[in-house]
Design a protein around this ligand. Sequence first.
Ligand code: SAH
Ligand code: SF4
Ligand code: F3S
Length: 591
Amino acid sequence: MTGRTVYLETFGCQMNELDSELVAGELARLGYAFTGTADDADVVLYNTCSVREQAEQKVWSRLGELTHRKGRDPSVVVGVLGCMAERDGVDLIKRMPVVDLMCGPGELDKLPALLDNAVRTKESLASDSPSEGGPRASTGSGTGAHGKTVTGRNISAQQVALQGNTSRRSATLAAAEDSLEMLDLSRSVSPVDPASGAAKRSAYVRITRGCNKFCTYCVVPFTRGAEIHRPPDHIIDECKKLADAGVIEITLLGQTVNHYRFEHGASVAVGGIVQPQKGRTYKGSHQRDAFAGEQTTTFADLLARIHDEVPAIQRLRFVTSYPRDFGDDVLEVIRDHPRICRYLHVPAQSGSNRILKKMNRGYTVEEYNDFIDRARHYLDQPELGRPLMLSGDIIVGFPTETDEDYDATVALLRRSRYKNCFIFKYSPRPGTVAYDKIPDDVPDEAKRRRNNDSLAIQSEISDQIAREQVGREVEVFVEGPSKQQLKREGLSHGDIRKAGGAITLTIGGQDPSTSGTGFQPVSTRGTGFQPVDSAATSTLPNETVQLSGRTDTDLIVFFDAPASERDALTGQMLRLRITEADRLSLHGKVI
Ligand code: SAH
Ligand code: SF4
Ligand code: F3S
């Protein structure tokens, strides 16, 4: 047991949330304890996101705050994990000397060793000569983990684990030997969520890593490396393990999750060597059978297998879908398997073909619309109580975007009728093709205007969809007390953040208060490993509490329940009737 305390804060997407959970599980096994505040932690870790500049700025400001603390207490170990570490590389330590270690998302299995080294270095310095720096503070030039020479400061491989450009080398790896794969496989399935004391009933399972799409604005292919598909048996074992530990809802994760495809007998595809989906269009199950054969597990096959082989999972969801090559085979499997959720997150990014081309998205607006129509055709059955809900992502102000291009995006927004849409102003990211080749020429004023305008349009649509739900009976997965409830109980915003979990105020599963642009998936959630102050959550016997639940179509519904049942209901399925749509929020009553 190390007895050291760790504060771990997570920024960015669900992939990062899962990474944080795995890292936390691993560190807990090694004897680290988790704390809800950075102030007195021995180790402070930020699992970071690079997708937009704003996401990085949050981390810079956190690191700035830590500089003061470190001045007083040099023994604190500060680590930057995730996409920002991978993207900025050793330059990050040079700019922010408060950082002791960095670990990219593809190297997280090395974190315990890096941390151990950092802690020991501090301890030996404290006992030898407290005024001298660690190994990286020695003068002269040294070679970093990926061969970079850093003048004036030796940044050693003991402090930095980054993939650099190795992740795209055209080698194939056997999945079982992949140490990252081992991290997913060895996940510690804790039956109790220390944040709430309740059984952990909802979990993420990764099915692919990385991305090969190279949309011209996006850093993810650089930070997460080449697309790798996990073996289906590993995925199913993980789902079974989670189900055995009480999990009833699983969300499968991948950047282009519907591109999942595993070639049996072949090694795992790395660096784009095995990309059998290239040049093929899935048009129907007969065609799928024609080329899939027994040696391939397609995404449709995987969904059906998990559904059938892990019956304890009451809800199977997946994000994020890529609109191209989304075959009817997948839609048929969703239609025919009742526990697969009828919710698709399918980002369009733009409604203008000219801009889509510049973004390298690989589809036209017509193809996107065709997909939406097919999805509705197969899956939208409100008369059977099984409607389909869609959500999207849009970027406004991509370089060269004109008012006409923007108008086309508005038309797409109206046509798609998303229940919610994440709308972002284009953020130029160094190292991407757009950054290098297409000047960021849309004035910020125009970006802001288009952003506000499209958010207002989306709010109208979301509001209409919310109103259409009134009177419906739905089954919700109870996520716990609503944010409003936590506020009522006197938890500060910071405490709510530490409480973790999917706390939200909109029907879209997004929390507008964390967002600069109104709607952003970038969260600053704790890992759920931080304890919530139990005194603050205690209630009187006859009191009611407001809880929030999520439908299988990803709508959030608030409802009141006796305070005494709060813990028992959390993590359960419950039937509600939707009684009211108040702006973007739905309210219901237990039936
Ligand atoms: N793999 C997913 C998206 C992952 S990134 C997909 O392809 O749909 C999440 C979202 O961030 C993207 O959908 C996009 O809308 C937004 N995004 C990515 N890079 C951005 C940038 N440079 N500026 C603004 N938004 C960006
Ligand atoms: Fe980024 Fe495009 Fe890959 Fe999504 S598909 S992660 S937007 S490169
Ligand atoms: Fe996710 Fe952000 Fe990385 S969106 S993949 S954490 S850049």
